[in-house]
Design a binder for this molecule. Structure first.
Ligand code: HEM
Length: 453
């Protein structure tokens, strides 16, 4: 067995950043309140006043905010191994997801990422799509005739059910799925807790209980999954071997499974909710996507059909451009380095808020407009810079589940748009929230209109 090797360095974050323009904001909370109210406006103000590299405070952290595709490129590609994701996230995600893939760096990260790769290769994906498509169909059908239908909670539950089956290998009716979902949601809430000690009644306390439950749950099932014929993600992880022919350690598998649920779920829920928000306002795009889905000519998509849905691909990326599911990414400098002409000392926290670059007029025409055609020939606006779109991150930590997420989105659009047209209420809310996850504030109420029936 391999050893679990995650180990946080103990040096404190560097906060000596007087030589860098900017403002840390209010004591302790920094710019948190303003950012929660209006993320784009807050970053825009900072950028206009201080430029692409500025000091910035957020939720107890003091560091440097970076805005610009060249800066992103330097950080994501990290040619000189200057930046640590593990230390960047140690005080946030690291509270519950220590040892997860995103909390590993460089060689160790590469080694661990290999464990996951079989589970995201074509053969695995072909199996997932066979399981996923009928589950999504059933869920979408069950929405028919529901009064007071809200898209956000409906898609959230659907994706939780799909995750329990495809990632963990549980039947939909397995009562453990509900407990698993609860533990997972408790951790997600725990991440929002301001108190980070295990005091009964706090979000952190409940989150820690959830974390222990997940670890026990996955830990106890590893041997069973190794012996099984299962084609779920957990079974792939459990059976994967290192180049030396050893299984990965139980601790590694548990850490990766726990994080996978988190990384996959809210991100896709958020992306689909924003996409449906925009489709609700764009009947023309609903129709174009419906025609594309109808053109496949099948009740369920096969893996090979995914490439025949370029409009769906463009539409979901456009939703992620305007509303990235991961609103803030973090890194920490390992050693002194230079970013955008500024000296950045070792142990400095770096903040990346992709929404700003996603709306920069230098890289996107009419950036505020929902316009998926910008991703297609001949416009190809995403090719104006390799890092003007980082909705799935970039470099070594680029989202391992990107193709899975696009596959899930296409399956959803295929089932949903061929069954329904929909309307948003006349006075529908356009307000968006960013915390705890980006979504329309009012949960996206909609009226579903059954087609052909
Ligand atoms: C629309 C849906 C999704 C979005 C927008 C998204 C976004 C991202 C982003 C931005 C990162 C990089 C974070 C950073 O560099 O700090 C990331 C990493 C990751 N994502 Fe996704 N993700 C999505 C879906 C998924 C799914 C479905 C899975 C799994 C099935 C997944 C698993 C992961 C994992 C394991 C990492 C860490 C990769 C590493 O450190 O090497 N994600 N994701």
């Amino acid at each position: 067995m391999t050893e679990a090797v995650a180990s946080y360095k103990l040096e404190k974050d560097n906060r000596k950043l007087d030589h860098i323009p900017g403002s840390f904001g209010l004591p302790v909370i920094g710019h948190t309140v303003s950012l929660v109210k209006d993320l784009y406006g807050t970053i825009d103000k900072q950028y206009q006043q201080f430029g692409p590299v500025s000091k910035f405070g957020l939720a107890g952290f003091k560091g440097v905010l970076l805005n610009g595709p060249d800066l992103y490129q330097q950080i994501y590609l990290d040619k000189d191994k200057n930046f640590s994701a593990e230390m960047g996230y140690a005080g946030s995600l690291g509270r519950f997801y220590r040892g997860a893939l995103l909390l590993r760096d460089h060689e160790e990260h590469r080694f661990q990422r290999r464990m996951m790769q079989t589970a995201f290769k074509n053969d695995a994906m072909k199996g997932y799509i066979q399981t996923m498509a009928p589950m999504i169909k059933d869920a979408v059908e069950s929405w028919d005739g529901q009064e007071n239908f809200h898209f956000f909670p409906a898609i959230k539950q659907t994706l939780l059910d799909v995750a329990a089956t495809i990632f963990v290998g549980l039947d939909k009716d397995d009562e453990r799925a509900e407990k698993l979902n609860k533990a997972f949601l408790d951790i997600a809430n725990g991440l929002m807790g301001l108190i980070t000690k295990e005091i009964p009644g706090t979000l952190h306390y409940k989150g820690k209980k959830g974390e222990r439950y997940l670890h026990e749950f996955f830990g106890e099932l590893i041997q069973e999954r190794r012996a099984s014929e299962g084609a779920d993600t957990f079974s792939y992880f459990a059976k994967e071997k290192t180049e030396d022919g050893e299984y990965f350690s139980d601790q590694d598998i548990v850490a990766h499974m726990s994080f996978l649920l988190f990384a996959a779920h809210d991100t896709t829920t958020s992306a689909l909710s924003h996409l449906l928000f925009h489709l609700g306002q764009n009947p023309e795009w609903r129709q174009r996507l419906r025609e594309e889905a109808a053109g496949i000519g099948k009740g369920f998509l096969d893996y090979e059909d995914l490439d025949r849905m370029p409009l769906a691909d463009a539409a979901v990326k456009e939703a992620l451009r305007l509303h990235p599911s991961v609103m803030m990414m973090q890194r920490r400098t390992i050693r002194d380095c230079e970013l955008g002409g500024f000296h950045i000392p070792a142990n400095t926290i770096l903040f990346i808020a992709p929404q700003y670059v996603h709306r920069m007029a230098e890289y996107w025409d009419e950036p505020e407009k929902f316009d998926p055609d910008r991703w297609m020939e001949p416009r190809n606006e995403h090719k104006r810079h390799s890092f003007n779109f980082v909705g799935f991150g970039g470099g070594a930590h680029k989202c391992i589940g990107m193709h899975f997420a696009l596959m899930q989105t296409k399956n959803f659009l295929h089932q949903f748009l061929l069954r329904y047209d929909f309307e948003l209420p006349a006075n529908f809310g356009t307000a968006m929230q960013t915390v705890p996850l980006p979504k329309p504030v009012d949960d996206l109420p909609m009226v579903l209109k059954r087609l052909n029936g």
